[in-house]
Write a protein that binds this ligand. Sequence first.
Ligand SMILES: NC(=O)c1ccc[n+]([C@@H]2O[C@H](COP(=O)([O-])OP(=O)(O)OC[C@H]3O[C@@H](n4cnc5c(N)ncnc54)[C@H](OP(=O)(O)O)[C@@H]3O)[C@@H](O)[C@H]2O)c1
Length: 264
Amino acid sequence: MKNNKIALITGCTSGIGKALSVKFAQQGYNLILVAKNKDKLKELSNHLSQTFRIKSVFIVYGLEKPEAAEYVFRRVQELDLKIDVLVNNAGFNEFGSFIKTSREKEHDMMYLHMFFVTDMMKLFLPSMVDNKEGKILNIGSTGSYISCPYDAVYAATKSYILSVSKGISSELKGTGVTITTLCPGSTKTEFAAKAGMEDTLLFKLFVMSPERVADIAYKAVMKRKTIVVAGIYNKILVMSSYILPNRFVDYISKMMLGKQRQVG
Ligand SMILES: NC(=O)c1ccc[n+]([C@@H]2O[C@H](COP(=O)([O-])OP(=O)(O)OC[C@H]3O[C@@H](n4cnc5c(N)ncnc54)[C@H](OP(=O)(O)O)[C@@H]3O)[C@@H](O)[C@H]2O)c1
């Protein structure tokens, strides 16, 4: 199945981004794969182009750098390619008590989740609107809805993604361009191990596979949905956060994310 369309996917070397890359390739999309590990990118690009007979190129860059979106945009222009679907998936978590977490890593996380995602939309949206066609997928989290103890900065960046995406999405009504925000809950990827949060209750209960999450995301993008919370348990969690008193939501969050941490 060839459709000659192009999807640009960031953070595609593992987890949800990798599963999304496979999903788009299966559907015949040509790919621009973006991440920072050249060897992994090369391997994935070769694998997908051979398996699904699509065209695939890759861009290597640390997307936490302030100029990252401009770099990616310039490379896409140099390659003379037009993006049909933009997937802002790259992300990571600096997890732990706020007074102990790394300020530098939190800066990188804020740059990656907020500046980079915003800049990518700023740079790629005008031509999508001119062409009256385009789809953007941004990755939030169930943390977009809930202030998370021991994960406060991460959850705040994901709230930003949901909020900015919803706002711009509303501005785009009638243009032929849509923004979908995917809010996954705990998903079995490298994310938890990298953040040192594998032993939290959150990653022991109701963990979804990245393939299932990618499938849900792909369908939502194609249906041009504004928001999709992945999976029934995560939907219940998000709805509960609206209904239940703050004190109770905070208690549950601490139970899910805490591991008898001591502040200080
Ligand atoms: N897994 C979950 O439970 C969960 C839940 C809610 C939301 N999410 C969100 O889902 C998205 C994907 O995460 P995942 O679970 O699939 O995690 P993952 O397996 O760790 O994959 C993250 C991807 O992003 C890339 N990446 C991270 N920092 C980068 C940077 N500074 N520059 C370039 N690439 C970078 C990683 O490449 P490297 O390995 O080379 O760094 C990797 O390809 C993230 O936005 C995350 O916040 C995940």
